[in-house]
Design a protein around this ligand. Structure first.
Ligand code: AMP
Ligand code: MG
Length: 455
């Protein structure tokens, strides 16, 4: 069961005291305009006081459960089977056919009765059947039918002798050895029987699934709708793609890495661009983002005076949860909902934004499509060099994976700073390391696999 979200509960007295402090803080300093600090609404400060007071350290798994507990599966749509690649099947597929429809040969050779097939037996060839045609003769005792791969077995025959195992001349064949009943015969329904449940709802559709759907004569299939995900970056220091950063600016990375992660998770990104650190600007973007199914913003969620994303979300009607999550990278994450729409306030550092997306947004987007398997695969790898987590929080450390004598080995990508985006570029996975833990060379480490690793 999902753990209960933090609530005020019996400690209401203390919270009321904090609200009082929030009131006072809203009025302080008396002439805040001279400080250039934005004045915050009493309601928002009350919200923050409550959130900070009630925020407790959650494990990543608890935070994930809280988030998923508030998700909903989107409606479905019908698409052509090729367009279903990478989508989530929303209907169980039962077979209306038997595949193959009849027993057929898996070799070029001769259809025979196994009982006749003794070494040096001579059989008369009475027919020839190729793929795409039907046999016209049954095989009687002492007879054989020339047959090719994929052609239906003639009645009476129960085995195929490959052509390289006979001596053929003048309409007869001489066998060289015995043949087992069923040899080189693919039975009817060997792949699919009529009525079989061949694909369950909730699975991702890949190339094999599309082949199977085609085999069953399906031109279209019902899949979960892709979630539309509005992506917002905030910060006065950000120059968006296409504009040259001023001397005081840095390029906007997060919009693009997060939109790409949305696509990888099966969603459709909506670019809300960059909002400067002004409440009106952020609020205007958030209002535009509400046409999407999910809102993901990055940066502006710390406790600095220019960290206005939470306030803008609350003003837009969000019920917010502020969590300290036992993880690094990733500061407290903000999650909530506006009119049933999940909203995420991710940290601004490019690696923190990507890793928190991985752990919290991606599973939600997959679940919204009706997907059953929402988590990445984890493997147990061997540390190829010491893997040290000096922090007290659980580390999600970027590692390279290497195949070593049939086992996976993992080594850190290098510096683990949360602003070092190049460490994500080289990361095949995230090693999950408990706080204050050193994993020596040769010890096992659990790794979340982020991408296909070629060997
Ligand atoms: P903040 O949470 O707003 O304090 O941002 C944390 C750090 O992330 C700061 O160094 C920001 O400059 C950086 N940052 C925030 N947003 C972005 C972005 N979209 N692209 C690159 N870096 C960013
Ligand atoms: Mg900022």
């Amino acid at each position: 069961m999902a753990p209960k979200p933090p609530t005020l509960g019996k400690r209401r007295g203390k919270a009321v005291a904090l609200l009082g402090i929030a009131h006072a803080a809203a009025k302080w300093p008396p002439n805040s305009a001279t400080f250039g600090a934005p004045r915050r609404s009493v309601a928002f400060l009350g919200h923050m006081a409550r959130a900070l007071y009630t925020s407790r350290m959650l494990s990543v798994e608890q935070a994930q459960a809280e988030i998923l507990g508030r998700g909903r599966v989107l409606p479905t749509e019908r698409v052509d089977i090729l367009a279903a690649l990478g989508r989530v099947l929303a209907e169980p597929i039962r077979s209306t056919r038997r595949i193959p429809p009849w027993p057929n040969s898996s070799m070029d050779g001769y259809a025979v009765r196994a009982a006749d097939a003794r070494p040096s037996a001579i059989l008369r060839v009475v027919d020839r059947v190729i793929a795409g045609s039907l046999p016209t003769h049954a095989v009687a005792a002492g007879e054989a039918v020339r047959i090719f791969t994929g052609a239906p077995m003639p009645a009476g025959a129960d085995a195929v002798v490959p052509q390289e195992d006979v001596d053929a001349r003048d309409g007869v064949i001489a066998l060289r050895g015995a043949v087992e009943p069923g040899a080189y015969v693919r039975p009817a329904g060997e792949d699919v029987r009529e009525g079989d449940l061949v694909l369950e709802a909730g699975r991702a559709i890949g190339a094999a699934e599309i082949g199977l759907l085609a085999t069953l004569g399906r031109t279209q299939v019902t899949v979960g709708r892709r979630p539309r995900v509005a992506v917002l970056s905030t910060g006065n220091e950000l120059a968006d793609l296409g504009t040259e950063p001023t001397p005081a600016q840095i390029p906007n990375a997060n919009t693009y890495s997060l939109m790409a992660q949305v696509v990888e998770a099966g969603g459709l990104p909506l670019n809300l661009g960059v909002a400067p650190d002004r409440l009106d600007a952020i609020s205007e973007r958030i209002a535009r983002g509400l046409e999407a199914d999910v809102l993901v913003s990055s940066a502006g969620v710390s406790v600095g005076e220019l960290d206005l994303v939470r306030e803008a979300l609350v003003n837009a009607g969000a019920e917010l949860h502020l969590w300290k999550v036992d993880m690094r990278p990733g500061k407290p994450i903000t999650f909530g909902s506006i009119a049933g729409r999940p909203v995420f306030g991710l940290p601004g550092n490019p690696v923190s934004a990507m890793v928190t997306f991985e752990l919290f947004v991606r599973p939600m987007l997959r679940a919204m499509q009706g997907r059953r398997a929402i988590s990445r695969a984890t493997i147990t790898a061997t540390a190829l060099a010491p893997i040290i987590n000096r922090g007290s929080r659980r580390g999600y450390l970027r590692v390279v994976l290497e195949a070593r004598r049939g086992r996976w080995g993992a080594r850190l990508t290098g510096e683990q700073g949360s602003g070092i985006l190049r460490s994500m570029v080289s990361a095949d996975g995230l090693a999950v390391v408990p706080g204050d833990t050193s994993i020596p060379i040769g010890d096992n480490v659990e790794v979340i696999v982020l991408r296909e690793v070629s060997t």
